[in-house]
Design a protein around this ligand. Structure first.
Ligand code: IFM
Length: 477
């Protein structure tokens, strides 16, 4: 190599926004959003099956009965992941596939499906990352009261132990609960997600029991097998007050409390924030927290998954809400005890979900978690952008806006790592287009386009871009 060439190479390398050698480059999905085959292999019904059958609950009356048929096409999907060069894949187990009625022995047909999937991944050199609960509660448990009932947490730990027992020999990384805020507040307060209940006090109990379920599950899993890395995945937001007015500052405190600190303080410090307990006193929240619960919830975690999409800018003063806090499917606020808070727009570009694009918010969240809850290895377990992608006449899908979103957020990750944040991996949401809950199939988050009529998979431009990023180990400077 000539000296000039060497200099050129050095310049190119130093211009690269690079990531650690052992960084996990992944993509994420969840069982209900991709598997389909809801009546196969002995699977029981989940609350989302029931919700999809409820008129008006899901846009266009869409259901996930077939979804993207991953149950039958998993080998093709793993081959796609290998083509992209992913070294990790995060997916969830369907609880009603493993325990059709939420209790009792595991159904081997359900476990066998995941054994096949895991083996396929391992053969392709892709590390499997399992999420135990991504919102598809067995309907039989909802019939007994669902997450607002303490018993559901105990049942969850039982299911976690069964799954871990069966798959823990080949899967090292386990996430217990995914986005408990959504499961509790969209499911039981605003009712825009399954099971569609609008009972604020029940939503608070659900949030507590999801966390308790996490703690009990970790204990049960560790009790049977060592060597796994286990932790929760929470959806965190950057939060800003709309102004310095005391009402806006209070709104920011409240929303940060409900969205971020409630979960982080409980999971990582074993306590609920005092200010929030005061806000929630009228709902009798503390009455449901038993002695020892917070110790269980505060069990040591081996990792923390962070799902990040956007920032909330909030106001406590009367006026018009200019940004959808979550989705337009319910007039009831999910923000229990802080229903007066308005979500306002800062006039920034938004994704197809109407969510403001704010990569600095990701840096803010990562730095904050590292500062206030140190010593846990962090992973971005979801980050991505939903758009209404449409293929060009030649069949290709050019999603430059998604590429720009991912690029900017990965740069925020690199800045965080440079500043000392122990961020060890990044899973984009999502590997492929899928069932976007109450939005049905109207929003696409995938790197891979799915033609829902034929189930054909077409890698989008962002898939090629991500593959190149992984190959290069980072981004151009
Ligand atoms: O599709 C969802 C996922 O299931 C949970 N996190 C947010 C994603 C996009 O809305």
């Amino acid at each position: 190599m000539t000296a000039a060439h060497e200099r050129q190479t050095q310049t190119r390398e130093s211009a690269l926004v690079s990531f650690p050698q052992d960084f996990r480059w992944g993509a994420a999905t969840s069982a209900y959003q991709i598997e389909g085959a809801v009546d196969e292999g002995g699977r029981g019904r989940s609350i989302w099956d029931t919700f999809c059958d409820t008129p008006g609950a899901v846009l266009g009356g869409d259901t996930a009965a077939e979804a993207v048929d991953h149950y039958h096409r998993y080998a093709e999907d793993v081959a796609l992941m290998a083509e992209l060069g992913l070294n990790a894949y995060r997916f969830s187990l369907s609880w009603p596939r493993i325990q059709p009625s939420g209790t009792g022995p595991a159904d081997q047909r359900g476990l066998d499906f995941y054994r096949r999937l895991v083996d396929e991944l391992l053969q392709a050199g892709i590390e499997p990352w399992i999420t135990l609960y991504h919102w598809d509660l067995p309907q039989a448990l909802e019939d007994k009261g669902g997450w607002p009932e303490r018993d559901t947490a105990l049942r969850f730990a039982e299911y976690a132990a069964l799954a871990h027992e069966a798959l823990g020999d080949r899967v090292r990384n386990w996430m217990t609960i995914n986005e408990p805020w959504c499961a509790a507040y969209l499911g039981y307060a605003s009712g825009e997600h399954a099971p569609g209940r609008r009972e604020p006090a029940a939503a608070l109990r659900a949030a507590h029991h999801l966390l308790l379920g996490h703690g009990l599950a970790v204990q049960a899993m560790r009790g049977r097998r060592s060597g796994s890395r286990i932790g929760p995945a929470v959806n965190l937001y950057a939060i800003s007050p709309a102004s310095e007015a005391p009402e806006d500052l209070d709104a920011a405190r409240r929303i940060d409390g409900l969205q971020n600190r409630f979960f982080l303080d409980a999971l990582l410090h074993g306590r609920y924030p005092e200010d929030l307990l005061e806000d929630l006193a009228p709902f009798g929240f503390a009455d449901h927290v038993r002695d020892g619960d917070l110790q269980t919830i505060g069990v040591r975690n081996d990792l923390l998954g962070i799902n990040y999409y956007t920032r909330h800018t909030v106001s406590g003063r009367p006026g018009e809400a200019t940004q959808a806090a979550s989705s337009p499917f319910s007039a009831v606020s999910p923000w229990v005890g802080s229903e007066h808070v308005r979500f306002v727009s800062r006039g920034r570009p938004v994704t197809g979900m109407g969510w403001e694009i704010d990569p600095d918010g990701l840096l803010e969240v990562l730095s904050r978690v590292h500062r206030d809850y140190p010593a846990v290895p962090l992973y971005i377990t979801e980050n991505g952008a939903g758009y209404d992608d449409v293929p060009d006449p030649d069949g290709s899908v050019r999603d430059d806006d998604r590429i720009a979103y991912l690029d900017a957020h990965l740069r925020a990750c690199a800045r965080a790592i440079e500043a000392g944040v122990p961020l060890r991996g990044y899973f984009t949401w999502s590997l492929m287009d899928n069932f976007e809950w109450a939005w049905g199939y109207s929003k696409r988050f995938g790197l891979v386009y799915v033609d829902y009529a034929t189930q054909r998979r077409i890698p989008k431009a962002s898939a090629r871009w991500y593959a190149q990023t992984i190959r290069r180990g980072g981004l151009p400077g």
